[in-house]
Design a protein around this ligand. Structure first.
Ligand code: ADP
Ligand code: MG
Ligand code: MG
Length: 499
């Protein structure tokens, strides 16, 4: 079937015949969104397309079985994103890679920056503790592999301008590089069926899975043992396994063996030999790729912490190592936004500094002292202008609006406030779209999107041997929700439609 025949097939079941509005490019976006018949027709087709293209997730009920799977939640249509801002996010990514790496290599900076946080935040303190322990040991491994994702929203200022503002950078377990490699085909198919063929070329190809795997492969080669495996350290609830599988399969294609293990497996069977080589289930591990370990609840017992320490001490390449994990904390992000700090990391590169800084939103310390007091007063006076953030990952942890007042009224004179940072709230323009979620009725939503750029780098000793932006991700959520990612059940997968 050609695309148009396909459209007619679907539409012929309807009482209303195909509307002539769809016969040409004169069609208006809003008209498409409001055409209930068309939307109803393409809903099923869109879900089938996602399944056919492998945009998959396991179900909530059976997260550890491949017997029943569904499509991963996604938007019916791609979301318009200005080309220049999209390009800006991709272009700055290799600089962010270097920044994260340099921060991770600067013990004085990490120590000073996190000193207040670790007094009151137990999870960060435990990570920091591991960092301190390994810092004083001889480092067996000089290969560093970073796979991260820098996330942005498009801030709409009152004067009408739009700018790219960083929400955060994820240096551990940055997800959806796999599924994002498959969603462009789905959206292009939907656009064709909706008779918007011209728009198809504005949805770019995207293959972060291949790029992340290139980084992993490079580090594996440098490790230099053909038998050694890449170990994906995964959760015990594996709903998002297909996202991992795309990266995994890229490695198998290169004959790089992959195993998937949990903290528990490492606790039970993991060991270091006399040269600190890591063995799990009898296999030598070249790379530990953490897709878990970023939330307190991932460490179900003291044994998990011991396993993290053992992996950290080992000769295996850690993605990320503990210092790179800490470089991704929100406290570090806030400190980097302070005047003069980026210059310390790029003393001879004013342009790099400018490019990175242009993406920073206002970030404010809540440390004890005058500056922190000022932050509290500012937040209490205008809570809707800000987001209060603890040192947590995975979505759903931030505090907004009146709740900021409740929390800060309680904590304002207590050191507990140092567990948080305050950030300007980014104000994107809402865009109408439909969110497709298994089991949920279709509804036109006012939506906000977050653009991510995937970064991959490999350093050996002092040499950056690989440094790339390897793709992008657009996630969209209903504007009713202040917070939450795809895994948290709030956002859905999307694609930028470059305009
Ligand atoms: P996490 O590490 O949990 O993903 P984020 O900093 O990404 O933490 O915050 C989670 C979500 O909260 C983001 O995906 C975004 O939707 C929203 N959010 C975070 N910071 C801001 C901000 N400064 N302005 C507007 N929304 C924000
Ligand atoms: Mg995060
Ligand atoms: Mg986030």
């Amino acid at each position: 079937l050609t695309v148009n025949q396909d459209l007619r097939c679907h539409r012929s079941e309807q009482t209303e015949p195909a509307d002539i509005r769809f016969s040409a490019m004169s069609v208006k976006w809003e008209d498409v969104l409001k055409d209930e018949n068309l939307i109803k027709n393409i809903e099923e087709l869109a879900k089938d397309s996602a399944l056919l293209h492998g945009v998959l997730m396991r179900t909530k009920e059976t997260p550890n079985s491949p017997e029943v799977v569904s499509y991963a939640p996604f938007t019916l249509f791609p979301t318009p994103v200005p080309t220049a801002l999209f390009q800006q996010a991709l272009a700055v990514q290799t600089h962010f890679n270097r920044l994260v790496d340099r921060v991770s290599q600067n013990p004085g900076f990490l120590e000073e920056t996190l000193a207040s946080t670790i007094k009151v935040d137990n999870f960060t303190a435990r990570l920091f503790n591991i960092y301190k322990q390994v810092q004083h040991e001889h480092h067996p491994q000089s290969i560093v592999l970073g796979l991260n994702r820098s996330d942005y929203m498009l801030d709409h200022s009152p004067d009408g301008g739009t700018s790219l503002k960083q929400i955060e950078i994820n240096t551990i377990a940055a997800s959806f590089g796999g599924l994002a490699s498959r969603t462009p085909d789905v959206h292009r198919h939907i656009l064709k069926v909706a008779n918007l063929p011209q728009e198809c070329s504005n949805v770019l190809d995207n293959n972060p899975a291949a790029g992340l795997a290139r980084g992993l492969a490079k580090a594996w080669e440098l490790y230099g043992s053909e038998r050694a495996v890449v170990m994906f350290l995964v959760e015990n609830v594996q709903r998002n396994i297909y996202d991992h599988r795309y990266v995994e399969n890229e490695l198998w294609k290169r004959n790089i063996p992959v195993i998937r293990r949990q903290f528990e497996d490492v606790c039970r069977t993991g060991s270091l030999d006399e040269s600190k080589r890591l063995f799990v289930d009898g296999r030598e591990v070249a790379i530990v790729y953490f897709r878990n370990g970023y939330m307190p609840q991932n460490y179900t017992s003291e044994k998990s912490w011991e396993a993290r320490l053992m992996m950290e001490r080992s000769l295996a390449v850690k993605c990320p190592d503990i210092s790179t994990h800490l470089a991704g904390t929100k406290k570090v992000q806030q400190e980097l936004a302070r005047p003069g700090v980026l210059e310390r990391f790029f003393p001879d590169e004013p342009q790099t500094v400018a490019q990175i800084r242009a993406t920073f939103a206002g970030l404010y310390t809540l440390d004890m002292g005058e500056e922190g007091d000022k932050t509290v007063a500012m937040a209490l006076a205008n809570p809707d202008q800000y987001v209060l953030k603890p040192q947590r990952e995975g979505g759903g942890n931030n505090i907004y609006g009146n709740e900021i007042c409740e929390v800060l009224e309680n904590l304002k004179n207590s050191t507990e406030r140092m567990a948080y940072i305050l950030m300007d709230k980014i104000q994107p323009v809402p865009v109408q779209n439909y969110l497709l979620r298994p089991g949920a009725p279709l509804r036109l939503n006012s939506c906000l999107s977050e653009l991510g750029a995937f970064g991959a780098y490999v350093r050996k000793g002092k040499d950056m041997v690989f440094n790339e932006c390897v793709g992008h991700l657009l996630r969209t959520k209903s504007s009713e929700h202040a917070d939450g990612g795809v895994a948290a059940g709030v956002a859905v997968l999307d694609n930028p439609l470059l305009v």
